[in-house]
Ligand binder design. Structure first.
Ligand SMILES: NC(=O)c1ccc[n+]([C@@H]2O[C@H](COP(=O)([O-])OP(=O)(O)OC[C@H]3O[C@@H](n4cnc5c(N)ncnc54)[C@H](OP(=O)(O)O)[C@@H]3O)[C@@H](O)[C@H]2O)c1
Length: 323
């Protein structure tokens, strides 16, 4: 397996770069990498040519248009178009060159807004989606269904994984487009640097969320590449696998944890006039746990590692926010 040609679509992103680090650590040398600048995955002809030339054996689809609630809602058409195009081109081209395995990355927003908690894989398509990220979720659901039906019609060893909220090295800290955890790191760091006495956060702080350190996700992906095939899931009528810690905490608890790690000494205030979002979002991870994978990095340790990287990146002018 270590010598197989593995294409990581989106290797510059937070998830793709973590998968690359993990594969390199484990001795995988034949990695196929192409930046967005070199290959726009929305362009079908270019993608087909690339696959015909390179013929990767294993494909990991970690390229996507990704963002927080504001970006998802503001760029609804782009979130639908870009994601549908990227994943459709990569999945179809992988089929055409007979790739031996493909893992497609989705996200927990595929589940209905009012589904019971924790979210089990079988709740997919059992109700209405959350409006703000509906276009993104619809694209991801199409990706799950493509993998499932390419297996059913063509026997392709393609399947999908749904990670919970991720954070870590190479995260996006731009307040306009980021997810909650990196946004909080940014806010508390700025407040500490500017010696502010107070940080105001949106909502009541009561919603519950789950977070997984991205290097743990990368370990899960490697575990799946080596040990789990599409037939292992589809024969049990499972279309995808949840990946998370199975543990959640309130935004309030998360904010105090981050403020503590950052060393912000001021007060945290909540603006309850701003929306809270879904009250709870926790994945049921018993399936992947039973298959043999479990998370390793506790939240405090993961936040410490991420904050250290963030501070160094600001110093080195490497951060996306400054790019
Ligand atoms: N972040 C999370 O919390 C989270 C949670 C669950 C699931 N996921 C899933 O994990 C995957 C990766 O997310 P991420 O957080 O790593 O996002 P990210 O950091 O934004 O990475 C996405 C990558 O895709 C590339 N890309 C975007 N459009 C492209 C195009 N048209 N052609 C070629 N490359 C393109 C980006 O290139 P540039 O860097 O050059 O823009 C970037 O390298 C997504 O499928 C997402 O749904 C993420």
């Amino acid at each position: 397996m270590v010598n197989k040609k593995i294409y990581i679509a989106g290797h510059d992103g937070m998830v793709g770069s973590a998968i690359r680090r993990q594969l390199e650590r484990k001795g995988y040398k034949n990695l196929l990498l192409k930046s967005y600048k070199e290959l726009d995955l929305r362009k079908q002809e270019d993608v087909e040519k690339f696959f015909l030339k390179e013929k990767p054996k294993v494909v990991i689809v970690a390229a996507a248009k990704v963002g927080g609630i504001l970006a998802n809602n503001a760029y609804r058409a782009e979130f639908l178009y870009d994601n549908l195009m990227i994943q459709t081109n990569v999945i179809h081209s992988s089929y055409k060159v007979n790739a031996e395995k493909l893992i497609f990355l989705g996200s927990s927003c595929i589940y209905p807004k009012l589904a019971p908690q924790p979210l089990k894989e079988e709740y997919l398509l059992s109700g209405y989606l959350e409006y703000t990220n509906e276009p993104y979720a619809i694209a991801k659901i199409a990706g799950i269904k493509m993998c499932e039906n390419y297996y059913k019609q063509y026997g392709c060893n393609f399947y999908s994984v749904m990670p919970t909220n991720l954070y870590g090295i190479n995260d996006n800290f731009d307040l306009k487009t980021s997810h909650v955890l990196p946004a909080l790191i940014n806010k508390f760091h700025e407040a500490k640097s500017k010696r502010k006495s107070k940080v105001t956060l949106w909502g009541t702080g009561k919603p519950l969320r789950e977070f997984l350190y991205v290097d743990d996700l990368a370990e899960a992906i490697l575990f799946l590449i080596e040990k789990v095939d599409a037939k292992d899931l589809y024969k049990k009528e499972i279309t995808h696998l949840n990946i998370g810690t199975g543990k959640d905490l309130t935004i309030l608890e998360l904010a105090s944890l981050i403020s503590d790690v950052v060393g912000f000494k001021g007060e945290i205030e909540y603006d309850a006039s701003k929306p809270d979002g879904t009250p709870r979002k926790l994945l049921d991870v018993s399936r992947i746990n039973k298959l043999g994978w479990k998370y390793k990095t506790e939240l405090r340790e993961g936040i410490e590692l991420t904050y250290k990287w963030y501070v160094n990146s600001i110093k080195n002018y490497k951060l996306k926010i400054i790019k």
